[in-house]
Design a protein around this ligand. Structure first.
Ligand code: KG4
Ligand code: ZN
Length: 367
C-alpha cells in the first residue's frame, strides 16, 4: 500500500501547515518496542487527519524479573525479550484479528536503549520484513514517545513537547512532523530516574517511581517542595540537587508517619521543575500547545500542576492516556506510521544504537 501526501493550506490558527494523508487511512503498521525492559507490540491503522487508530497493543513488563535485583539487569532483559517477542507480536496480531498478509509495514525502535534489547527487536522486525516482503521503518525511542500523542488524535503542530521518562528529559520544539529542535534537556538524572532513586532512598520496592507518587499523593497536608535547581535563562533540568536534599532528610532520621510528607515534598520539587520549564518553553515559542509524554507524564500531580500553570498562560496541554505514556508498541507503530507516510521506509541494513541523538527526518543521525 502506498501513501501520498498532499500539503494543504495553513490552518485557521495560522500555525504552520496541515497535511492530509491521502491513501494512508487503511495502512496497517506493526510496531515493535524492546529498548529497555518492556517487550511490546501493537498494530495501528493510518495516519489520517485524526492521527492513528489503535487496533491492539500488548506489553509484557519485566518488572517482576528485575525487582529482586533492585534495577534492570541488561543481560537478563535481552534474554527475556528473546523469550517474549514472538508471543507478544502474535498476541497483538490476534487481538487485531489480522493475518501477516494484512500488514503494510513494520516499525521498530532503533535506539537509544540497551543494545542487547534493541538487537532483539530490530532482528525480529527485519525477519518479518524480509519474510513477508514488507517495508521496514526505524523509530527513535523519543520520537515514539512523542507520537504516543497521535493515537486517536492528531498531534497539534507546531508544538513544544516535554518528554519526561526514566531515561530521558527533553524539551523539544516540533515544528512539523519529524522536525525536531531540542530546547533543553537534563544535566544529570532524568525525572523518572529521580523518582526511582528517591523511592529507593525511602525504602520503597522496585519499580519505585509510581510507588513514590502514590505515597506522596496519600499526604493530604500542605506540601512544601524540597529545594529545586534554579537554572536562570536556561530550559535545561537538573534533579541531582533534590535527590541530595532527600538523602539528607532520610539520613537525619525519618519517622514512619513523616514519609508521605517527605515523598510529597520530593515529588513537588520534580514536577514543579518540569512544569515551570515546559510552560516557559511553550510561552517562549509563541504560546504553542504543550505535549507531555513519557512515563512520568502518568504522574497525577504533574498533570495537575501543568494544567494550572499552562491554563493561566492560555497554553493548551495534551497528555496521552496513562497506558500510552510508559513504553509500549503503540507509540512506535504511531511514529512509524507517520514516518512511513511522510518520509518513506528505511533500508533493510537499518542499524540500532544504544546512544542515538534525536534527529529530524532527512538528517543523518550522528552517533
Ligand atoms: O517512558 P518509560 O516507560 O521508560 C523510559 O523511556 O525511560 O518511563 C518509565 C519511568 C520510570 O522511571 C518510572 O518510575 C516513571 O516512568 N513513572 C512515574 C510514574 N509512572 C511511571 N514517575 C512518577 N509518577 C508516576 N506515576
Ligand atoms: Zn521510554
Amino acid at each position: 500500500m502506498s501513501c501520498r501526501l498532499v500539503a494543504i493550506e495553513d490552518q485557521a490558527s495560522g500555525r504552520g501547515s496541515a497535511v492530509s494523508f491521502t491513501n494512508c487511512r487503511d495502512v496497517l503498521i506493526l510496531g515493535i518496542e524492546t529498548s529497555c525492559d518492556e517487550t511490546a507490540a501493537a498494530i495501528v491503522r493510518g495516519p489520517d487527519e485524526t492521527g492513528v487508530d489503535l487496533l491492539s497493543s500488548v506489553v509484557a513488563s519485566q518488572d517482576d524479573l528485575h525487582a529482586r535485583f533492585g534495577g534492570i539487569v541488561p543481560e537478563v532483559a535481552s534474554r527475556r525479550h528473546v523469550e517474549m517477542i514472538l508471543p507478544v507480536i502474535q498476541e497483538a496480531m490476534g487481538r487485531a484479528d489480522l493475518d501477516w498478509d494484512d500488514l503494510d509495514a513494520v516499525a521498530v525502535t532503533v535506539g537509544p536503549g540497551l543494545i542487547g534489547s534493541l538487537i532483539v527487536g530490530i532482528s525480529t522486525a527485519k525477519a518479518i520484513a524480509v519474510s513477508r516482503s514488507l517495508p521496514l521503518v526505524g523509530v527513535h525511542h523519543l520520537e515514539g514517545h512523542i507520537y504516543s500523542a497521535s493515537v486517536g488524535a492528531a498531534l497539534p503542530l507546531p508544538a513544544v513537547v516535554l518528554i519526561a521518562s526514566g531515561g530521558h528529559s527533553h524539551l523539544v520544539l516540533m515544528s512539523d512532523h519529524g522536525q525536531y529542535t531540542v530546547l533543553g534537556r537534563t544535566l544529570d538524572d532524568a525525572p523518572g530516574e529521580a523518582f526511582d532513586k528517591g523511592a529507593r532512598l525511602l525504602g520503597l520496592p522496585y519499580p519505585g517511581g509510581p510507588q513514590l507518587a502514590a505515597l506522596a499523593d496519600s499526604y493530604k497536608g500542605k506540601v512544601k517542595a524540597l529545594p529545586r535547581a534554579q537554572l536562570p535563562g536556561s530550559l535545561d533540568f537538573s534533579f541531582s540537587g533534590v535527590k541530595t536534599a532527600l538523602r539528607r532528610v532520610v539520613e537525619d532520621g525519618l519517622d514512619e508517619e513523616e514519609r508521605p510528607k517527605v515523598a510529597a515534598a520530593y515529588q513537588e520539587s520534580i514536577v514543579t521543575s518540569l512544569a515551570e520549564r515546559a510552560v516557559e518553553a511553550a510561552e517562549q515559542a509563541g504560546f504553542l500547545p504543550l505535549v507531555v509524554v513519557g512515563g512520568v507524564a502518568r504522574n497525577r500531580r504533574l498533570r495537575e500542576v501543568l494544567e494550572k500553570r499552562a491554563g493561566a498562560m492560555g497554553v493548551q496541554v495534551i497528555v496521552p492516556a496513562p497506558k500510552l505514556c510508559t513504553d509500549n508498541g503503540a507509540m512506535v507503530a504511531a511514529a512509524g506510521a507517520h514516518k512511513f507516510a511522510l518520509a518513506g521506509p528505511d533500508e533493510i541494513d537499518l542499524d540500532c544504537a544504544a546512544n542515538l541523538p534525536l534527529a529530524s527526518w532527512g538528517e543523518p543521525a550522528s552517533r
